[in-house]
Design a protein around this ligand. Structure first.
Ligand code: UD1
Length: 416
């Protein structure tokens, strides 16, 4: 089994380019289905989640080409509206193909999506929206069968601004020729990037970056060329890596305005941060507690940055309280961080982290994507050589992780 071997206690220094955002690329690849045309995506990250999205596209009959600097998808030949369970199980974002298939064909059949084990991840809000606009959604065994019945303009109010539900409802609404208004929509920047792509394809959508989206569909879309936005979670991970190793790192092609909450917390923790339009520079000599971290929907502190930040705070001076408000089981990395010597008490949605300065080496297994990244960060701080197994979780979301960390001076390699 491939394992990361990391010898820590080396400050990371240098520049690192931030790639395209996983959570923007995946819904955009799904959305390309409803254009029935060729689209070119630049900065599509080379990660296993994207490879799996391309496999889903191929299974639907689409043509996919990987060029040096872009992914070219031709969705015109798509002729299936069903996704096999083994492909659905590869990732959470597979569920976004539901909205895209409905918009294109008026029907879709999918099974339970996979993804990180973060607690219950129901899709009731997705179905609430789809049913409201006139799709019939029923389970036949473990297969979710959705079909257009009588689409109508309507107002849908989400009880919670779910990212996935917003994306699915947005896509499925594009089949309806009357206006659909989505209230309390998620405002994560990846949704604005999806809308940006759809508008290039000819879709009529207003309200990007706000919690009220107005969608008027029913018209034929065409393909488009789009550059995927930079990955704010990859950026947050490298910022925490610089902090935990007391290093100095400059992120290239990053979007500081998407990272306000993370940057504020790192500044509170004693890091020196400078930003320009598309770069972030962070230097850390002494790290202390940032007080508290409370995850919540954008633009609050993102749940995906909670684990890397926890690793960093485990090495700073003083105590930090983490409150996880998005997922019910997102402290799975805590036992592994304790193996590195971290002092963490976790119960329910709270974790209290007492900084210990230097961690020690450990052999651990990644539990999920961001939790796994937090373990890599802990190993980068630790004295000695650590090993991290189950790295498939990490490879789902970090492009060229080993190469990028090595270029910053980290001693990291993959062993079989
Ligand atoms: C997306 C991101 C993930 C990020 C999360 C929150 C992708 C591929 N994944 O996940 O990285 O951590 O947003 O920013 O973009 N919920 C329900 N019913 C629903 C839908 C969601 O109860 O129908 C609950 C979930 O169980 C969870 C919370 O709402 O507790 C947030 O989920 P959601 O915003 O939908 O996240 P995802 O789209 O799964």
């Amino acid at each position: 089994m491939p394992t990361y071997q990391i010898t820590g206690a080396i400050p990371l220094c240098g520049q690192v380019p931030i790639g395209g955002a996983k959570n923007a690329a995946l819904p955009i690849l799904a959305a390309s289905v409803l254009c029935a045309d060729q689209s070119r995506l630049h900065c599509c990250p080379n990660i296993s989640d994207v490879s799996n999205a391309l496999k889903i596209l191929k299974s639907l009959g689409c043509k996919v080409q990987l060029r040096e600097d872009c992914v070219v998808v031709d969705t015109y030949p798509a002729n299936r509206c069903e996704i096999a369970p083994n492909l659905m199980a590869t990732m959470r974002a597979a569920v976004i193909f539901l909205g895209a298939l409905l918009a294109r064909f008026g029907e879709a059949r999918i099974t339970q999506p996979g993804g990180c084990p973060l607690g219950e991840r129901p899709i009731d809000l997705h179905l609430l929206g789809l049913r409201h606009m006139g799709y019939r959604c029923e389970y036949e065994g473990n297969v979710l069968c959705c079909k257009e019945e009588a689409l109508r303009g309507c107002t849908i109010a989400l009880p919670f601004p779910s990212v996935g539900a917003t994306e699915n409802i947005l896509l499925a609404a594009l089949r309806c020729d009357q206006e659909i208004v989505l209230c309390n929509a998620a405002r994560e920047p990846e949704i604005a990037d999806l809308i940006c792509y759809l508008k290039k394809c000819g879709a009529q959508i207003s309200g990007a970056n706000t919690s009220v989206l107005r969608i008027r569909g029913g018209r034929r879309l065409h393909g488009a060329t789009h550059t995927v936005m930079p990955d704010r979670m990859e950026a947050a991970t490298y910022l925490c890596a610089a902090a935990i190793t007391r290093g100095s790192v400059e992120l290239l092609s990053a979007q500081p305005r998407h990272l306000t909450a993370v940057l504020e917390s790192l500044k509170k923790a004693g890091c020196c941060v400078r930003v320009s339009e598309d770069r972030i520079w962070l230097s850390c000599k002494h790290l202390h507690s940032c007080g508290s971290i409370r995850t919540a929907p954008y633009d609050a502190f993102p749940t995906d940055a909670q684990a890397p930040m926890m690793a960093a705070m485990a090495t700073g001076e003083g105590s930090t309280v983490f409150e996880e408000n998005i997922f019910s089981d997102r402290f799975r990395h805590v036992p592994a961080l304790r193996s590195f010597g971290a002092d963490i008490y976790a119960a329910d949605r709270y974790a209290v982290v007492k900084g210990v300065g230097r961690l020690h080496a450990a052999n651990v297994a990644a539990t999920d994507l961001r939790g796994g990244a937090a373990m890599v960060l802990a190993a980068l701080n630790a004295e000695g050589t650590s090993s991290i197994s189950n790295i498939a979780h990490i490879q789902r979301g970090y492009e060229s992780f080993v190469q990028k960390l090595s270029s910053l001076g980290a001693q990291i390699k993959i062993t079989e």
